[in-house]
Design a binder for this molecule. Structure first.
Ligand code: PLP
Length: 356
């Protein structure tokens, strides 16, 4: 039976990526050695890193004056690294969910944090609007896509201070104007590749302004100087990221994939809104994530949740369980998920409704 992979991360990757990684695990670039066995300083691996960085720049239209890094430690380490490098006295954060809260917690180790708005009052089921970001902060941090709660900010916030963004779960899903940002970071394990690599895009001129000494491994300038090779990078993960970047280019890049992502999300939300057994956890359609679609049973039908879970699983739907803090279901529709999988889920939801 065909499996439809809706996991939130690590998550579905293109067949192309899996095939190329499988080949390179046995014989990498004609070396006769596995990609796991060659030095990160070999000319073959340096070529992988160089091409991966070049493709990130090409696909996201990264302007001059920015550096692209492949680091380790996940987005969770970036929660700390970002303020270490950019927060002098005060930073503004918007609290839109678990990951944003974790980012706030780390920033507080290094300075004052102004929480400009929070949607905690409604279990993070909306994106706060109409907040004010003070002019005297070093930067404003937001999470573009809230993986757990299924909300997304599709338009760059308009602020007068440097922008910092955790784009872990929607980077490469649509075009972004990088020039508006001082720093963007993302764990690889959703739209990019296997876990183990963390993508950082940083404006060079934003660095070197904080007064504190920065421990070597946490200093972006150290990694920039050494081309993401200050210490041993996650070679297999970076190789996997490169394959996905090549695949994405072949699909027509972020503009083309955005159209597909929109069509996939529209298809599923339309069914959730139509089907009398299900409802979205995010009431305002404007705030609904294209990447992580969260839904629960409607009032009176809560008792059917387990049954639907088992029904969908038996039809090949994998990874649909909602995060424990939301409950219900979460279908992650990352770039590599074909629209056929979304249609298959919609069909299963219709079939389940008809059986009741
Ligand atoms: N930020 C967001 C939006 C995420 O979805 C995740 C993980 O799912 C993280 C941060 C944490 O990433 P990592 O596990 O790479 O540290």
């Amino acid at each position: 039976m065909k499996k439809h992979n809706f996991y939130a991360g690590p998550s579905i990757l293109p067949e192309y990526t899996k095939q190329k990684v499988a080949e390179a695990v046995i014989d990498f670039a004609g070396t006769g050695l596995s990609v796991m066995e060659v030095s990160h300083r070999s000319k073959e691996f340096v070529a992988v890193m160089d091409e991966a960085i070049a493709l990130v720049k090409e696909l996201l239209n990264v302007p001059e004056g920015y550096s692209v890094l492949f680091l380790q430690g996940g987005a969770s380490l970036q929660f700390l690294m970002a303020p270490y490098n950019l927060l002098n006295k005060k930073a503004a954060y918007i609290n839109t969910g678990t990951w944003a809260s974790k980012a706030i917690k780390e920033a507080k180790f290094l300075g004052e944090v102004v929480e400009v708005a929070s949607s905690k009052d409604a279990n993070f089921n909306y994106i706060p609007k109409g907040y004010t970001v003070p002019d005297d902060v070093d930067y404003f941090h937001y999470t573009s896509n809230n993986t757990i709660f299924g909300t997304e900010t599709l338009k760059d916030p308009e602020v007068n201070v440097p922008l910092v963004c955790d784009m872990s779960s929607d980077i490469f899903s649509r075009p972004i104007d990088i020039s508006k940002y001082d720093l963007i970071y993302a764990g690889a394990q959703k739209n990019l590749g296997p876990s183990g690599a963390t993508l950082v895009i940083v404006k060079d001129s934003a660095l070197g302004k904080v007064e504190r000494p920065i421990p070597t491994m946490l200093d972006y300038r150290v990694h920039i100087k050494d081309g993401s090779m200050f210490n041993t990078p996650s070679t297999l993960a970076v190789f996997g990221c490169l394959q996905t970047l090549r695949w994405l280019k072949e699909q027509g890049g972020v503009e083309a994939i955005e159209k597909v992502n929109k069509a996939k999300a529209d298809l599923l939300y339309a069914e959730i809104d139509r089907n009398k057994l299900f409802k979205s956890t995010v009431p305002n359609p404007e705030d609904r994530s294209r990447m992580n679609v969260c839904f629960v049973m409607t009032e009176g039908n809560e008792g059917l949740e387990k049954e639907f879970g088992a029904f969908a699983k038996a039809k090949g739907m994998i990874g649909l369980e909602g995060h424990r803090s939301v409950g219900g279901f979460r279908a992650s529709l990352y770039n590599a998920l074909p629209i056929e999988s979304v249609q298959a889920l919609v069909d299963v939801m219709k079939e389940f409704e008809a059986s009741k």
